[in-house]
Design a protein around this ligand. Structure first.
Ligand code: ZN
Ligand code: ZN
Length: 241
């Protein structure tokens, strides 16, 4: 898959020279395979991919400036830089001393929806395509997720107007469906469960009637709201939204 500046992601891949370096796979192949879970790792969502991509930008900025690129360092700095707390300024100053313009790198960092558009529009990748035989189930879940997202966005808007959440930052809502084992704390994304055909490795023989369905709603900043409801496995999912 070649990429000649299809969007902000493509531009950044060129600008930061992300396709050169340690791996042989190009970034787009890695993104798609991580998203679909076709590699050795299980599938991940936009948020995880976005964070991974943004950390690559940071890593390359460090490499260029000759700053150490150990993962723990990158993770810590990334967290501080994106959390907008007091620590952010410390890291910004530290990076400036090494000749890195942290604010410029932060400006380059992409949002969750940019990643989604890049995967779907630029790369024409689709999770549905992979499982064309089970389309209606996925479609109905997709519809439920979109409705939930809409509802949460409305609530969020109200929270912002009441000052419960500061509204300076542009926040995305991410609704995910997870399946939970009824016997232990194991919970896995629906896609993972479908890929491996079970929810919990330790309680595989448990009757699926006991399985719980849950929806996790997560904001951009890593805050998450969570609820679960029991759903009989023969019953159509009803989200009541
Ligand atoms: Zn793109
Ligand atoms: Zn279990």
């Amino acid at each position: 898959m070649t990429n000649t500046a299809c969007c902000k992601v493509g531009l950044l891949v060129d600008e930061y020279d992300l396709d050169s370096g340690e791996t042989t796979d190009d970034i787009d192949d890695q993104l798609v395979s991580r998203w679909l879970g076709t590699g050795r790792q299980s599938s991940v969502g936009y948020r995880t991919l976005t964070e991974w991509f943004n950390k690559r930008l940071l890593r390359h900025a460090y490499e260029r400036a000759g700053r150490t690129t150990i993962s723990a360092r990158i993770d810590g700095d990334y967290e501080a830089l994106t959390a907008d707390g007091i620590e952010k300024m410390e890291v910004v100053d530290e990076l400036a001393a090494d000749g890195i313009d942290a604010e410029a790198v932060l400006d380059d960092m992409i949002s969750w929806s940019t990643m989604r558009n890049h995967l779907k529009d630029c790369l024409q990748a689709s999770k549905e395509q992979q499982q064309a035989d089970t389309d209606w189930e996925r479609e109905s879940i997709e519809i439920a997720r979109e409705r939930s997202t809409q509802k949460v966005k409305e609530a969020l808007k109200s929270f912002k107007s009441k000052g419960r959440i500061e509204d300076e930052q542009d926040v995305e809502v991410d609704v995910r469906v997870q399946l939970c084992c009824s016997e232990c704390p194991t919970r896995v994304p629906l896609d993972v469960a479908l890929n491996r055909n079970y929810v919990c490795p330790d309680h595989k023989s448990i009757a699926p009637e006991d399985a719980e369905r849950s929806i996790e709603l997560a904001g951009n900043g890593g805050d998450s709201f969570h609820w679960s409801t029991s759903v009989h496995h023969r019953q159509e999912p009803s989200f009541g939204l």
